[in-house]
Design a protein around this ligand. Structure first.
Ligand code: ATP
Ligand code: MG
Length: 282
């Protein structure tokens, strides 16, 4: 994995690919793989003020997409729209289309959608009154699963998957809040994957964590995309380069560039992208 990670950053852009439009390159690389998330002219406004406008983005199954851009450019708004979260916000308006797994988001009821689309937030948010074990299986229990053997199995699998099992296997009954911040974030990831989502949205999942925990979460993202489709918001360019296949650059509510990550960080199409990734603003 280490090797592959390094390649993402160091591989030169092949000349022949440069003459092919970006989306065709993506098609060629991942041809046949279906789109998992598509947005068409997706716009969100709050109190009549647009937060994102006309976002057209198509993400294929089992890939990781990084979303970058300066503070306030609409990254979280975009992610939350994919999970119907603006529903709860008064005076918000969502227009355009969101298609999840070939179905318009309006065809799903909220509970089904949340099962399909899991979300991990910047600040780890384990359920504070629950144990480590209870946190992982909470979604399954809510869905009516009472089979103790099955719950034990799922908890172990998901904690292994989230790279936390070895650290917590002897303390599963302890409160989740007794874990460190980095462990809590991995617990939240275990809780998210326990209900078998297809898509995992992560909003700056490592920005509250130390470098070692950050590295663990990055490795996790890199591995999770074999099974899940991941969209991750990050302010950390190296992180975007390390974990993602494609990167979307947002600026003032618009999608400025959507490219292969390797290309975005070696030879961006837009001047604005170049200025942002080289730290000229933001
Ligand atoms: N609930 C809300 N009510 C009103 N305005 C909102 C709401 N949520 C977001 N906004 C506005 O929408 C715009 C985009 O915000 P958003 O949180 O999506 O930015 P962001 O790119 O995630 O920024 P950051 O990097 O700081 O997290 C901002 O101008 C913000 O003030
Ligand atoms: Mg945000």
């Amino acid at each position: 994995m280490e090797e592959e990670k390094l390649n993402i950053i160091s591989l030169p852009v092949e000349d022949d690919k440069e003459i092919i439009p970006e989306m065709e390159v993506i098609e060629a690389e991942q041809g046949g793989r279906e789109f998992e998330v598509e947005t068409k002219n997706l716009s969100v406004s709050f109190n009549g003020r647009p937060a994102i406008s006309d976002i057209n983005l198509s993400v294929r199954k089992q890939t990781a997409t990084a979303i970058i851009g300066p503070s306030g450019c609409g990254k979280s708004t975009f992610l939350r729209a994919l999970n119907f979260m603006h529903d709860m916000i008064p005076k918000s308006k969502v227009t355009g289309e969101i298609i999840i797994n070939k179905h318009s988001i309006s065809e799903y009821d909220t509970v089904d959608l949340r099962k399909k689309v899991g979300m991990v937030f910047q600040k780890p948010n384990p359920f504070p009154k629950m144990s480590i074990f209870e946190n992982v299986v909470s979604g399954l229990k809510m869905n009516g699963n009472k089979d103790k053997k099955n719950l034990n199995e799922v908890a172990e699998n998901c904690l292994k998957h989230a790279g936390l099992w070895e650290e917590v296997k002897d303390r599963l009954k302890e409160p989740a809040v007794s874990l460190s911040g980095g462990q809590q974030q991995r617990l939240c990831i275990a809780r998210t994957i326990a209900v078998s989502p297809e898509i995992i949205l992560m909003d700056e999942p490592t920005s509250a964590l130390d470098p070692i925990s950050t590295q663990k979460i990055e490795e996790l993202i890199f591995n999770l995309k074999k099974e899940f489709t991941i969209l991750v918001v990050t302010h950390n360019m190296q992180q975007a380069a390390r974990v993602s296949d494609h990167t979307a650059f947002f600026y003032m509510g618009k999608l400025v560039e959507y490219s292969r990550t390797r290309r975005m960080f070696t030879n961006p199409k837009e001047k604005l992208t170049e200025e942002y990734i080289t730290g000229k603003f933001g």
